[in-house]
Write a protein that binds this ligand. Structure first.
Ligand code: NDP
Length: 367
């Protein structure tokens, strides 16, 4: 293994830059909540011994380390594109402690490998967090399709042909059970998830209404053939804008925003309407919980189904679903806008910018 040039390309000590959650966010995140550190990484280690040492009754895939023959075999990853996503704000509170590396996903290149499943120069999507380099045992690392087309940017694996695209697809198909001819409402419509929601709904023969936070975003939604798009920040009344956009009401509501928007939209759902509760970004930076009218009676009278979901529920379908998204992209049916920030050093600024709505399409950082 030591001399096998096909799996080990270079053996130099590597320093990783990492962004740390210095202080838990209180309200809207601040620069001072983050800290940039440098880590010296160890050499990736050989694997192969783990399977012999496993306790006999430990489930093989329970901790992602136990693929026989390749257990613990490590790879060195170099970030190419990194993602900033809204979930990082609420998840930081429940899944992280101060001093942890910021959670997150990246497209990375394998630059050293002790694991033949991850050849040098291949690309992966990895849950490595906000890091330029990572020594990984393969946990949370997925190879990109080996036939990923050369004309499709790799960054889309973090966006429309990645987690946000899957979220849009599953929210519409699995939660809303969308049917041709129905009317769909989506908010944060010019974002990573929202742009895909609107386009898939159009592909399925639906009428689509979207809201977004700037006139430029609204113009883009019109380019994407949304039937109605409006700027929720400048309409005199949200309720009136929603009523005018679809006087007969909404069959499906793909909810990304929560708060006041959900209060305005709920009474406009048609009988037997379905609400896919995907996100609630208007509440993520609240220090105290918002309160609003109780929805129960409206839901009962109109027999509305409201279902929260996490994209990971349908992980078993991801391969086939990513192929569908990729095919739509290649057929010209799916546009995949991106808002790209250059430089790993700018990750906190890109994250805060995304929370403020600076992005049209997927917020991406080019390392
Ligand atoms: P986006 O690309 O849409 O970026 C976030 C957008 O939210 C901003 O661009 C901004 O657009 C909008 N926004 C920010 N603050 C507010 C506010 N107070 N009111 C209304 N809109 C606001 O992010 P994603 O597409 O990645 O995520 C969209 C939603 O989907 C989020 O709520 C996220 O948490 C959720 N999500 C859920 C998943 C799941 O598994 N359940 C998976 C992935 C995402 P604007 O200019 O229009 O205000």
């Amino acid at each position: 293994m030591e001399n096998d040039a096909s799996v080990t390309k270079q053996r130099t000590m590597v320093q990783a830059k990492v962004w740390i959650l210095r202080k838990h966010f209180d309200g809207f995140p601040k620069e001072s909540d983050f800290e940039l550190k440098v880590e010296q990484l160890p050499e990736p280690r050989d694997g192969g011994e783990c399977s012999n040492r496993l306790p006999i009754n430990l489930p093989r895939n329970s901790i992602g380390l136990c693929v026989i023959g390749f257990s613990f075999a490590e790879i060195l990853l170099e970030a190419v594109f990194l993602s900033v996503d809204p979930y990082m704000r609420p998840f930081s509170r429940v899944r992280m402690k101060e001093g942890d590396v910021m959670i997150g996903t990246q497209v990375a290149k394998v630059v050293q490998s002790r694991n033949p499943s991850f050849p040098v120069d291949s690309h992966v999507v990895s849950r490595s967090g906000w890091r330029t380099h990572t020594v990984s045992d393969g946990t949370g690392v997925k190879l990109l399709f080996s036939d990923w087309p050369a004309d499709v940017p790799l960054s889309l694996a973090l966006g429309a042909i990645g987690m946000p695209g899957l979220t849009a697809l599953y929210g519409l198909e699995e939660v809303c059970e969308l049917k041709a001819g129905e009317t769909v409402l989506v908010n944060a419509a010019a974002g990573a998830v929202g742009t895909v929601v609107g386009q898939i709904a159009k592909l399925k023969g639906c009428r689509v209404i979207g809201s977004a936070g700037s006139d430029a975003k609204v113009a883009y939604l019109q380019e994407l053939s949304f039937d109605v798009a409006f700027n929720y920040k400048t309409v005199p009344s949200l309720e009136q804008a929603l009523r005018e956009a679809s006087p007969e009401g909404y069959d499906c509501f793909f909810e990304n925003v929560g708060g006041a928007f959900s209060i305005a939209a709920l009474p406009l759902m048609k009988p037997m309407g379905r609400i896919a509760v995907c996100g609630a970004i208007s509440t993520y930076n609240d220090s105290a919980p918002q309160s609003g009218p109780f929805p129960h009676l409206t839901m009962i009278m109109n027999q509305i189904r409201m279902e929260g979901f996490m994209v990971a529920r349908w992980e078993h379908k991801n391969e086939e679903s990513l192929r569908r998204l990729l095919a739509w992209k290649q057929e010209g049916k799916l546009k995949c806008p991106e808002h790209v920030t250059s430089g790993f050093e700018n990750m906190p600024a890109a994250f805060m910018g995304m929370l403020r709505g600076e992005n049209l399409g997927k917020a991406i950082i080019k390392a």
